[in-house]
Design a protein around this ligand. Structure first.
Ligand code: 3PG
Ligand code: MG
Length: 400
């Protein structure tokens, strides 16, 4: 059993760093995707069920000059209360430190939850200021880090604060434990064949993850806009497709390294092409290395779908980060949907699949495969850095 599961929180005030950085509707402030909130509920409930109380701290958005209405965590109160069920009292402190927060925290009874105002209303948070972290630490008896989405930040509440709790009073929550376990299974104990699917617009965003995966994966599928930089690097013509001219050499180097290491790189043999970047564009298909002038590749083609599906169905471990095309537009969603289906089918045949990054997760959810993949990560940047092989400050601070 884990440290968290073994800990009895009875009579304790648990200070939990959650990542409630959820997207809000600009007009109504309604939460448009509550995944990160629902993911933290089991941790909160275990503490409440033990007879402890919970103090939640998070950032929301990137406020730069102190408090601002649109980044207030108060917008999350009703939904948090709903997720916790009708009987849980949810209190709110309109400052994460200061008198009100301390008095409210001090008077809390077992079973109650206190949500603190946005940590980033203090510039000390992102600076990792030790005095600010120490003030926060005084709010709780035990520190629980359940904010995997923010684990790549060395901020006051995500990392620096841990030193103010003795080792037995600082731990991961259930979400963080699950993320780390799933991530380590793929990164350190992947059963082979291990296929990584890397998509998205830019090679430059994915160089480090690809380089780390070249040491570990047997196969790397490359889709999305970044595929055309590779096509051009190999001498293809790509019309108006996305291309990072300054990354052509990088693409060549990646291909050469893969060859030397015996890792198979799979690029889309054909593409769905469009005469403009728009939902109502005229479309056609072409080999990905022979895209006519005036046209651009916006999705992988039917042959590439078949090609990628075959690779995935033979895989025992799958990591997916980044879509295959502009899947927000109906005409260019077939590739991403096919890959989602293939990941689900491979998982059904016993593969372990981990999906991360906002777009790939949205695709899996939109296309209805949520329950047919092994693990969906709540991390975007954090998940990327984890698979780049970096030490995440939020993880290291607990393990130290
Ligand atoms: C995220 O959504 O990426 C995390 O919540 C971290 O937020 P940040 O990128 O603003 O640090
Ligand atoms: Mg981010």
């Amino acid at each position: 059993m884990s440290k968290f599961s073994n800990h009895n929180f009875s009579g304790e005030k648990a200070l939990i760093r959650v990542d409630f950085n959820v997207p809000l509707d600009k007009q109504t402030q309604a939460i448009t995707d509550d995944t990160r909130m629902t993911a933290a509920i089991p941790t909160i409930k275990k503490i409440l069920n033990d007879g402890g109380s919970v103090i939640l701290m998070s950032h929301l958005g990137r406020p730069k000059d102190g408090p601002e209405e649109k980044s207030s965590l108060k917008h999350l109160i009703p939904h948090l209360a709903e997720l916790l069920g009708g009987n849980t009292t949810v209190l709110f402190a309109n400052d994460c430190i200061g008198e009100q927060a301390f008095l409210t925290a001090g008077m809390m009874k077992p079973g109650e939850v206190l949500l603190l105002e946005n940590l980033r209303f203090y510039k000390e948070e992102e600076k990792g200021d030790a005095a600010f972290a120490e003030k926060l630490s005084k709010l709780g008896d035990v520190y629980v880090n359940d904010a995997f989405g923010t684990a790549h930040r060395a901020h006051a509440s995500t990392a620096v604060i841990a030193q103010f709790f003795p080792s037995e009073k600082r731990m991961f929550g259930l979400l963080m434990e699950g993320e780390v376990a799933a991530g380590e299974k793929v990164l350190l104990q992947a059963e082979k064949p291990f296929t990584a699917i890397i998509g998205g617009a830019k090679v430059s965003d994915k160089i480090l993850i690809i380089e780390n995966l070249l040491e570990r994966a047997t196969d790397i599928i490359i889709g999305g806009g970044m595929a055309y930089t590779f096509m051009k690097a190999m001498g293809g013509t790509i019309g108006n497709s996305l291309c990072e001219e300054d990354r052509l050499d990088t693409a060549k180097e990646i291909l050469a390294k893969a060859e030397a290491k015996g890792v198979s790189i799979h690029l889309p043999s054909d593409s769905v092409i469009a005469d403009k970047f728009a939902a109502d564009a005229n479309t056609s298909t072409a080999p990905s290395n022979h895209i006519p002038e005036g046209w651009m590749g916006l999705d992988i083609g039917v042959n590439a779908c078949e090609q990628f599906r075959n690779v995935l169905l033979h895989s025992k471990t799958i990591l997916w980060n980044g879509p295959m095309g502009v899947f927000e537009m109906a005409k260019f969603q077939h590739g991403t949907k096919t890959v989602a289906q293939a990941v689900a089918d491979a998982t059904g045949k016993g593969a372990f699949s981990l999906v991360g990054g906002g777009d790939s997760v949205a695709a899996v959810n939109d296309f209805g495969f949520t329950d047919r993949v092994s693990y969906i990560s709540t991390g975007g940047g954090a998940m990327l850095e984890f698979f780049e092989g970096k030490t995440l400050p939020g993880i290291a601070a607990i393990k130290e």
